[in-house]
Design a binder for this molecule. Structure first.
Ligand code: PEP
Ligand code: MN
Length: 286
């Protein structure tokens, strides 16, 4: 294998970087989050609101998703919004609320860090550092994540190829952190009926090329609540190691991404269906 990347050539010129390459670790990397393992036989469900809005909103949502099997709680405190006039997140207050409820439910937390200047603060509160789609090629941020000892949830850039996605993960690995979870969250295509085009072919492709666990975000992937269950089930069937989904106790009032957030009841029903899909592919929902 060459030092700067080796050769499972997919097409002319396609290089799988050296450290993320499955050849270096054929059995796969297990990312361990407070005892919950991603990348093994178990499938991990991450759920929660797009953004932390209030204690009531977060706590009611967290308690319900926990009761229905979500091992990890998601919730943005610093939100990357397309419009500067939209709700930007509660900042540190949001991080404190995440910590408070996670102490009650026993869930681990994943929340986004958008900026190297927020790194220390976010690291103090979260169990998993999320690097969002818009920041997948923010190299200083990737390097900072590589120097951290916390697991990193790296989302695919909305216009990133698989090769660029793997190169972004390589930046993190290069700094010594191999606790990386890759997340397919939809890419931009000519299609406008959905928010993004969820590239489920990325799941078997990534599983083939890299040893890192791969999860899917069907919420941002299609942007439509009614479509989330179908794509979530398809992701498990395709071999995903987990799902991250937006759930809100009152989706119609959400300050961010309500249109793609499942209600508590919808999440509960979906979890029963996902268990059956997992069994069909010889997996189990943790
Ligand atoms: C999110 O998960 O909160 C988010 C902003 O997603 P993405 O970075 O995939 O757009
Ligand atoms: Mn969102």
């Amino acid at each position: 294998m060459e030092a700067n990347g080796s050769s499972v050539p997919m097409k002319t010129g396609f290089i799988v970087p050296a450290r993320v390459n499955r050849e270096t670790k054929p059995d796969g990397t297990i990312v361990s989050v407070k005892g919950t393992e991603l990348g093994g036989k178990g499938i991990v469900i991450i759920a929660g609101p797009c953004a932390v809005e209030s204690s009531e909103q977060l706590f009611e949502t967290a308690r319900s998703v926990k009761a229905n099997g979500a091992k990890i709680l998601r919730g943005g405190a610093f939100k990357p919004r397309s419009s500067p006039y939209n709700f930007q997140g509660l900042g540190e207050e949001g991080l404190k609320l995440l910590r408070e409820i996670s102490m009650e439910t026993g869930q681990s937390i994943v929340t986004e860090v958008m900026d190297t200047r927020q790194f220390e603060l976010v690291s103090e509160y979260t169990d998993i550092l999320q690097i969002g789609s818009r920041n997948m090629q923010n190299y200083p941020l990737l390097k900072e994540a590589g120097m951290s000892r916390k697991p990193v949830l790296l989302k695919r850039g909305m216009m990133a190829t698989i090769e660029e996605f793997l190169l972004a993960a390589e930046y993190i690995l290069n700094q010594g952190n191999d606790q990386i979870i890759l997340c397919e969250r939809g890419i931009r295509t000519f299609e406008t009926s959905t928010r993004n085009t969820l590239d489920l072919s990325a799941v078997p492709m990534l599983k083939q090329l890299t040893h890192l666990p791969v999860i899917v975000d069907p919420s941002h992937g299609c942007g439509l609540r009614w479509m989330v269950p179908s794509m979530a089930k398809a992701a498990i069937a395709a071999g995903a190691d987990g799902l991250i989904m937006e759930v809100h106790y009152k989706p119609e009032t959400a300050l961010c991404d309500g249109q793609q957030s499942l209600s508590l009841d919808e999440f509960s029903l979906l979890m029963t269906e996902l268990k059956r899909i997992a069994v069909a592919v010889d997996r189990v929902i943790l």
